[in-house]
Design a protein around this ligand. Structure first.
Ligand code: ARG
Length: 580
């Protein structure tokens, strides 16, 4: 597609004055602005910077350039207006040609990027806090893939550590196989909670748990078998959630995967003179960097979370030779990641700077914290099911889904409720700037008129419905493409919509670069709102044969808007229903 900014920049750069001032095309592009006031045009070139070199007042320079390129000078600015009809034709043509790939590009050049996300802990619940890593990470992975990176999706499962010692002890003391198989995560969580209750009165339990974990680390058969079984049962349940969200991974190499790769790391730390003895344990002293002391190996020989993360980074570099290695993990773990990256640096790994912690804020429910030990938790699976139920209630109450497939109960209606309900949860999650804390709010996320998933989905379905009606009325939009009268798209509503669609690829690029899916989520809302405005302002279909070329242009814009929304939703991991 034509890069309009560059085209205009080239016209400016081609003028004699720019050459005299010693500027090139890239300088001009750098200086160009999009006027805040649309009445001033679509692009503006400020001439202040040229004044000194040319020894002329900026307005005089602006007037001269405007004269040469056939634009308008206002004060020190040269203002440009796009030819709206040609602009619409170009943008709509590009969307039609690229279809589902609209918004994608090749900037990634096939470089390998690891995106690690979700990474729940086994035997601790997959709760609403984990939804953030899962949903944000999956969106970042999709966006980077769309930008032409080779993406490796890794689920760094919390499948190792002292909690497994506790679980093994709890299971042996009061567990049952049937119970675990029946509801793995809830049961293992209950064991974990009960373990802590009993350990309050009987401190020997803690000692027993440490011994069990040490046995697991040594690779004792009985402990390993239990551990493997807990892991497998839990993974089955996590997979239910991933399937509902349409999320997958290339690797489930979690903490346990590194259990045989840690000796090497501790040896290396020792050889590089980074380890210190402290009360029988081994630490890396990071006080000099204001990062405290990182515990690498406990006095009983067992390793820690950070030890496994160091081993994981080294393994990933060797195994994937990544361009970037991205960790989508809560900002609560900032200190952990700062320590970890400092240690990689001190180890002399030049690629430490390619390891990136992408943090996000907390999600809170109205009724307080979600903690593991007290059992006061909200399960993600329940959240998704609740979202679907609530959507059904709304559909039944308001009859929002007017031309939806048969009313409640049918498979199509069930599927629509799942798409809308789950989409609402995912969209709300991605709508917030990731670093901000936010409150999980059912009413807000399911508001069909708000900046929500259902609203954007509804706009998509409305565009689909217009196109269906057009087909029924005998329009063959693809075949008649050449007859479209693009002048029909020069009004404010149409122009605003075309501009937003045009900007999508740039928004996707920026969202990928900043690992910030909310940029794309908000842009999807903007497109949906602009489409609604266009739809309300313009009568699209007509019976009058003489107006048919105008209708065709508007239909093609509706088609492009629908595609731009669908592309955005696909990258976010939200379904785009044809009917609602
Ligand atoms: N399992 C951890 C948790 O739930 C998150 C793991 C993050 N990834 C990492 N490489 N440390 O808190």
């Amino acid at each position: 597609m034509i890069d309009f900014r560059r085209e205009i920049g080239a016209r400016i750069a081609g003028t004699a004055l720019i050459g005299e001032a010693g500027l090139g095309l890239e300088d001009v592009l750098e200086l160009m602005e999009v006027p805040a006031d649309a009445a001033m045009g679509d692009y503006a070139f400020p001439c202040f910077r040229l004044a000194k070199a040319l020894r002329k007042a900026p307005p005089a320079i602006a007037a001269e350039i405007a004269e040469v390129v056939g634009a308008e000078a206002v004060g020190a600015y040269v203002n440009f207006r796009l030819d709206r009809a040609a602009f619409a034709a170009e943008v709509i043509g590009a969307v039609a040609e690229q279809g589902g790939r609209y918004g994608h590009s090749a900037v990634g050049g096939g470089k390998t990027v690891i995106v690690e996300y979700s990474s729940p802990n086994i035997a601790k619940p997959f709760h609403i806090g984990h939804i953030r890593s899962t949903v944000i990470g999956a969106a970042i992975a999709r966006i980077l893939a769309a930008l032409g990176y080779e993406v490796e999706r890794i689920n760094h499962l919390g499948d190792y550590g002292t909690q497994f010692g506790k679980l093994i002890v709890a299971y042996r003391r009061f567990g049952s196989r049937e119970e675990v198989e029946e509801a793995p995560i809830a049961t293992l969580l209950k064991y974990y909670v009960d373990f802590h209750k009993q350990a309050e009165n009987d401190p020997s339990l803690e000692e027993e748990a440490r011994a069990a974990f040490a046995a697991l680390e040594r690779g004792e058969e009985a402990e390993r078998e239990l551990w493997a079984w807990f892991r497998e049962e839990s993974l089955k349940e996590f997979t239910l959630v991933y399937d509902m969200l349409g999320i997958s991974f290339d690797s489930y190499a979690g903490e346990s995967f590194y259990s045989d790769k840690m000796q090497r790391v501790t040896d290396e730390l020792g050889a590089k003179g980074l380890l210190e003895e402290s009360e029988g344990a081994q630490i890396v002293d990071l006080d000099a960097y204001g990062l405290g002391k990182a515990l690498i190996r406990k006095s009983d020989g067992s390793t820690l979370y950070i030890t496994r993360d160091i081993a994981a980074a080294v393994y990933r570099k060797e195994h994937y030779d990544f361009h970037k290695n991205i960790y989508v993990v809560a900002s609560q773990q900032d200190l952990h990641f700062r320590q970890w990256i400092k240690i990689l640096e001190l180890m002399g790994y030049g690629w430490a700077g390619d390891c990136i912690h992408v943090p996000f804020g907390l999600v809170r429910l109205a009724d307080g914290a979600m903690q593991t030990r007290t059992g006061n938790v909200v399960f993600l699976l329940d959240v998704l099911n609740r979202a679907i139920e609530k959507t059904k209630e709304i559909i039944a109450e308001k009859g929002v889904l007017t031309d939806a497939p048969e009313a409640g109960g049918s498979p199509a209606a069930e599927e629509a409720a799942a798409q809308i309900g789950i989409g609402a949860v995912v969209f709300q999650e991605l709508h917030n700037n990731r670093i901000k804390d936010y409150v999980f709010d059912w009413d807000r996320m399911l508001n069909f008129d708000g900046e929500t998933g259902p609203y954007v989905q509804y706009s998509h379905a409305r565009a689909a419905s217009v196109l269906r009606k057009a087909a029924d009325a005998g329009f063959d939009i693809a075949a008649e493409a050449d007859n479209a009268a693009w002048e029909a798209l020069t009004g404010e509503a149409a122009f605003a919509l075309v501009k937003l669609i045009y900007a999508l690829p740039e928004v996707v690029r920026e969202a990928g670069e900043k690992c910030e899916p909310s940029l794309l989520t908000r842009h999807a809302v903007d497109i949906a709102q602009a489409f609604s405005a266009f739809y309300h302002e313009e009568r699209i279909l007509t019976d009058d044969p003489s107006e048919r070329p105008f209708a065709l242009a508007k239909l093609r814009l509706a088609m492009a808007a629908k595609q731009a929304i669908a592309s955005s939703l696909a990258l976010l991991g939200v379904a785009a229903p044809e009917k609602m």
